[in-house]
Design a protein around this ligand. Structure first.
Ligand code: BGC
Length: 756
């Protein structure tokens, strides 16, 4: 600490300002005079995209393992596996001389249309937070840093550089920031990357509340905040807000501006020092890592295959899967030979090798006759010739495996999707093939939910393959042939129609602004509240075996700060070994503010042999029951009954138990000059001080109005309840010892003094 301060003392303003701006597109500035090294950062988030030339943003990067993207990762619900992936990524980073990986991304999938959804984990903050934590833990356990991004509320690509997100405080805290908060607190990422967009009127890069008050002060983030590439508008303002490192560099003019701002007194040296104080430890920490500068590409490929197989979700199976050995197998679809395994933009990895699904499938049944038809072209153009060819191949085989990938032109960093649909040609192809081949399996590849409704009834089985990474082809084969029993569960809801989605009428906004009108009701929280049917719910996924849940136990009552232990049994009731992802949701029966019907607060993935039972324990903490109260500016709990819901998906709740929670909070009263009579009476301390006055007043009121039924249906007493106390007192002015305002002030004083 002392050494750090000494070092800062020795630095000139120019050196400090330079340290706070990149030297190249991917490196920080060294201060050679003082032995401060430069470090290298690169994308992220599901592989290492290191370009050889540090001055360019995009060129073919050095080979690295392309792991599945975040949608697939989150659908594994497997924190241990993500840690392993993190460790492997760190080894690759180290081998490529990279110090910080730009990821993971913990933004919420507000709508399935988000072009970058493939890079994000989930519509649910708890799942996002747990996945981000695991990945960061894995990477950082090997001495390589991470950059948790894009902080915050970056949920669309449309106008992403300038859009102003208008979001209410509860949605911000409970949905959009919660995953970041979890990961920052639990995994302590070395760095956090700010988003491009504005939040409630201010750019994230210069958002003092987000960067300093919430991230650094409230959550205790000790690392450095870096900008997204080109997200800084006013460097001095950004520094004042808490943005430590601007990327990319070099930016000589901006550097000069910072120096001038210090010289002119516009920027206090202390502010610049604080940024330097955060950057230096990271720079030194990064340079400390030792170990071999090589990695085992084969082993990492194998790990990528394992992860892909764990993250793929079996959406439908009428019994065709796992595949038996058939004499003639038709494989149809462009992506069977040219796999669609990652998305466009800054996360694009140059893989070490790529599994071709067609080749991998054949390995399982080398003696079968394997037929192929391209089915569709890359560009998605309607072509009846390709459909005819596919139909004839499918018709002549015993089974058809159809690979359908969403064209890259439909989803990418940089633009959003216009709809949830596959191409018209692809839909026609699936239907035509299914017509001639009753045994048809569809393997889907896309980064986010797609609309299956037009054809899902026609086919025997559907496997959601996501953007499955470079080893996905092998993983598909492992699942289709039953080497791996599928266990992935959806990390996002698949709705029936775009019009059903919660953000539908508020997306993508206009005139520079997008309003998050749906508030807290994102993903399943919305479909639950609307009691709306969806195609495949959040948390859904099939297995080749079956599971039963029993024996749910929770305490009858508990205190919020003690938390609650939930235990239950899961039994594999089928004939095959398999894994089940059991989910624990919490329902608050009554709260002073509206709450979504239920929220995910815990989960466990259990591996069970046939007939085996395991007892699962999930701990729920204070936050599992709390909600953010904008007036208290805090996460609060309230006494009351909660239901603990244990299920196989958000829609398939198998067990439930009620429990009584006691809040240990001693919250200050929220009563103020404008509080209504009913608010006074709802507040325990307010009720006590107002009670005597109310009795008097009600008696007088009765005299004036007569009994309720004589007020001409106006319900005066009800109306009075909605009036501020001061207005009521106005009518009694002459009977009061002091003016009404003073009377209210006196009562309020008693209320607020009453706090223990
Ligand atoms: C992306 C970031 C990425 C950065 C560097 C930006 O455009 O939003 O996610 O890390 O570029 O490539």
């Amino acid at each position: 600490m002392e050494e750090l301060e000494k070092l800062i003392e020795q630095m000139t303003v120019e050196e400090k300002a330079a340290l706070c701006i990149g030297a190249t597109a991917w490196t920080t500035t060294a201060v050679e005079r003082l032995d401060v090294p430069s470090i290298m950062v690169t994308d992220g988030p599901h592989g290492i995209r290191k370009v050889a030339n540090q001055d360019v943003l995009i060129e073919k990067s050095m080979p690295a393992t392309c792991f599945p993207t975040a949608s697939c990762l989150a659908s594994t619900w497997d924190t241990e596996l993500l840690q392993k992936m993190g460790q492997a990524m760190a080894e690759e980073a180290h081998a490529l001389d990279v110090d910080v990986i730009l990821g993971p991304g913990a933004n919420i999938k507000r709508t399935p249309l988000g072009g970058r959804n493939f890079e994000y984990f989930s519509e649910d903050p708890f799942l996002s937070g747990r996945m981000a934590t695991a990945l960061i833990d894995g990477i950082q356990s090997r001495g390589v840093g991470t950059s948790l991004k894009h902080y915050a509320v970056n949920n669309q690509e449309d106008h992403r550089l300038t859009i102003n997100v208008v979001v209410d405080e509860r949605a911000l805290r409970e949905i959009y920031l919660r995953g970041f908060e979890m990961a920052v607190k639990a995994a302590k990422p070395w760095t956090v990357m700010c988003a491009y967009n504005k939040v409630n009127g201010e750019y994230c890069s210069q958002h003092h509340r987000l960067l300093t008050e919430i991230l650094k002060e409230e959550w205790g983030f000790e690392g450095l905040v870096m900008s997204d590439w080109g997200a800084v508008h006013d460097r001095v303002k950004a520094l004042l807000a808490g943005l430590d490192l601007e990327m990319p560099g070099p930016q000589p003019r901006r550097l000069q501006k910072v120096v001038e701002a210090v010289q002119s007194g516009e920027l206090e040296m202390g502010v610049l020092d604080e940024a330097v104080r955060r950057i230096l430890p990271i720079v030194f920490m990064a340079r400390e890592v030792e170990g071999p500068r090589t990695f085992d590409a084969k082993a990492h490929h194998q790990l990528a295959r394992e992860i892909a197989a764990q993250g793929m979700v079996l959406l439908k199976n009428d019994g065709l899967l796992p595949l038996a050995e058939f004499e003639r197998v038709a494989v149809i679809g462009h992506s069977a030979k040219v796999p669609y395994y990652q998305g466009g933009g800054s996360s694009h990895i140059n893989p070490t090798q790529v599994d071709v699904p067609f080749t991998e499938l054949r390995k399982y049944a080398p003696d079968s006759e394997w037929l192929f038809a391209q089915g569709y072209g890359e560009m998605g153009v309607y072509d009846p010739g390709l459909i005819d060819e596919a139909v004839s191949v499918a018709g002549s085989a015993d089974v058809a495996v159809l690979f359908i990938a969403l064209p890259a032109s439909k989803e990418s960093e940089g633009y959003d999707r216009a709809d949830l649909d596959l191409t018209e040609h692809q839909v026609a192809l699936i239907r035509a093939v299914a017509k001639v081949q009753p045994r048809t399996v569809v393997v889907l590849n896309s980064g986010s939910a797609v609309n299956l409704a037009p054809w899902v009834m026609d086919v025997s089985a559907v496997l959601m393959g996501w953007m499955m990474g470079q080893a996905g082809g092998g993983a598909v084969a492992d699942i289709l042939f039953g080497k791996v029993n599928p266990s992935g569960k959806l990390s996002e809801t698949f709705p029936f129609r775009l019009e059903d989605t919660p953000a539908f009428i508020n997306f993508p906004g206009g005139a520079g602004e997008v309003r998050y009108g749906e508030g807290l009701y994102v993903g399943y929280r919305y479909y639950d509240a609307q009691q709306m049917q969806v195609a495949f719910p959040f948390g859904f996924g099939l297995s080749y075996t079956t599971f039963e849940y029993s024996n749910l136990k929770v305490a009858e009552s508990f205190e919020d700060t003690d938390g609650l232990k939930v235990t239950f049994d899961v039994t594999n009731t089928g004939g095959l070994a398999g894994k089940e992802i059991a989910q624990v949701y919490v329902h608050d029966r009554e709260a002073s503010l509206a709450r979504p019907p239920k929220a995910l607060k815990g989960f466990a993935k259990v591996a069970l042999g046939p007939g085996e039972t395991q007892t699962v324990a999930v701990d729920l903490d204070f936050r599992a029951f709390a909600f953010y109260h904008p007036k208290h500016k805090a996460w609060i709990t309230e006494d009351g009954m909660f239901d603990i819901l244990v299920g196989a998906s958000a829609e398939d709740i198998r067990l439930s138990a009620a429990t009584q929670m006691k809040s240990t909070l001693d919250l200050p009263s929220l009563l103020d000059e404008e509080s209504t009579i009913s608010e006074w009476l709802a507040d325990p301390r307010g009720r006590v001080v107002l009670q005597p006055l109310m009795e008097q007043f009600q008696a007088q009121l009765q005299q004036v109005l007569g009994p309720d039924e004589e007020d001409g249906g106006m319900n005066f007493s009800g109306m009075i309840m909605d009036m501020p106390l001061a207005s009521i007192l106005m009518f009694q002015q002459d009977k009061l010892p002091v003016p009404p305002e003073d009377m209210v002030a006196g009562l309020l004083q008693q209320v607020h003094a009453g706090r223990s």
